[in-house]
Design a protein around this ligand. Structure first.
Ligand code: SAM
Length: 341
């Protein structure tokens, strides 16, 4: 039945490579180093026993790591094949079964959970740019607001939009277009497993504005400031001592040079009320020097938390959420996705 789901092009692409994902992605030292940086923050944000939601959790690498350290993780991902692998990987861990939920369907899923009397989560995270596949960040933020209790941390790792490491690597390859692709606004074409889809290099200010009505931005952490992006693979993995050194330096630079990361972790906190969220969040955004473009909490047409978009999503007969209207959104992902085309 899962084959009949209407998946976005990005989810379809990831679905097609799910079986090969761990073997390829997991072997690369740059990825492992960046994952360690993310995990340090996850361990700090979520205490043992916390019920944590994961968005775009893929094959469950981080969920398994957290579960082994006493966190209760509800993994979600849009790809049925990724979720099947994650279920297998997490079978021996205590905790909820991974679910197929697209990030665009979070609000609908939250409504289902509320009707079923399910508790809100103590936190959420999303690693390695799953949200760069999502166009509608506001809808995603609305869903997260309903899924999290006040005070809950939300750690969202997206692609950085000015990554010197990628510029250097791509220019060295003579590919000026790839070197500058993260500066693009809107959809950027990518390929993965032979399938084409779009990526969006969301600016920090736009993410902050989308989250603003319900969340306060506390800090940003650069993930892969000197540790290079996967574009430097497989070359960089042949130099483990270099990766280790760059990783050590990144521990010092991750806060002051956060915007230069291959990925950037945005660390938000769910506020107690919408107005409180907007004010303290605006202060946080100003303090970090982020500039939202055309999307601010003061713009009622775009970010009024009470405004709920009607329609667009249906519930599959198996209880899996899916877009009822194919093509309603245009998620995407970058050519820097490590499996190539
Ligand atoms: C680069 S992978 C990262 C996976 C995992 N977070 C990790 O760190 O290994 C991106 C993941 O996002 C998922 N994804 C893409 N678009 C999505 C969407 N619209 N909703 C939910 N998940 C999505 C893909 O299926 C894939 O598993």
């Amino acid at each position: 039945m899962e084959d009949a789901l209407a998946l976005t092009p990005a989810i379809e692409a990831f679905d097609a490579v799910a079986a090969r994902f761990d073997a390829r992605f997991g072997a690369w030292r740059s990825v492992a180093a960046q994952r360690r940086a993310v995990r340090r923050a996850l361990a700090r944000a979520f205490p043992r026993g916390a019920h944590v939601l994961e968005i775009g959790g893929g094959t469950g690498e981080d969920a398994r790591w957290l579960a082994a350290r006493g966190r209760v993780v509800q993994l979600t991902d849009g790809s049925p094949s990724m979720v099947r692998i994650a279920r297998e990987k997490l079978r021996s861990q205590r905790g909820p079964t991974p679910q197929v939920v697209a990030a665009e369907a979070l609000e609908q899923w939250a409504a289902e959970r509320e009707s079923a009397g399910e508790a809100r989560f103590d936190g959420v995270f999303s690693n390695f740019a799953a949200l760069n596949c999502v166009d509608d960040l506001e809808g995603c933020a609305r869903g997260l607001a309903r899924l999290l209790r006040p005070g809950a941390p939300a750690l969202l790792v997206l692609f950085g939009t000015m990554c010197p490491g990628e510029v250097v690597v791509q220019l060295a390859r003579g590919d000026a277009r790839a070197a500058l692709r993260r500066r693009a606004r809107g959809a950027v074409s990518a390929r993965l497993g032979g399938r084409a889809f779009d990526v969006r290099y969301h600016r920090g200010g736009d993410l902050a504005a989308a989250m603003g009505p319900w969340f306060r931005l506390r800090r940003r952490i650069g993930v892969g400031v000197l540790v290079p992006p996967s574009a430097a693979e497989p070359w960089i993995s042949r130099h483990p001592a270099l990766v280790r050194t760059l990783e050590q330096i990144d521990r010092v630079l991750e806060r002051p040079l956060a915007p230069l990361g291959d990925h950037v972790m945005y660390w938000f906190e769910r506020t107690g009320s919408e107005s409180q969220g907007s004010e303290s969040h605006r202060q946080g955004v100003r303090a970090l020097g982020l500039r939202p473009r055309g999307l601010t909490p003061a713009n009622p047409n775009r970010s009024d938390p009470r405004q709920v978009r009607s329609g667009g999503w249906g519930v599959h007969e198996l209880g899996i959420l899916l877009p009822s209207e194919r093509g309603r959104f245009h998620p995407s992902l970058p050519t820097s996705y490590p499996l190539g085309s």
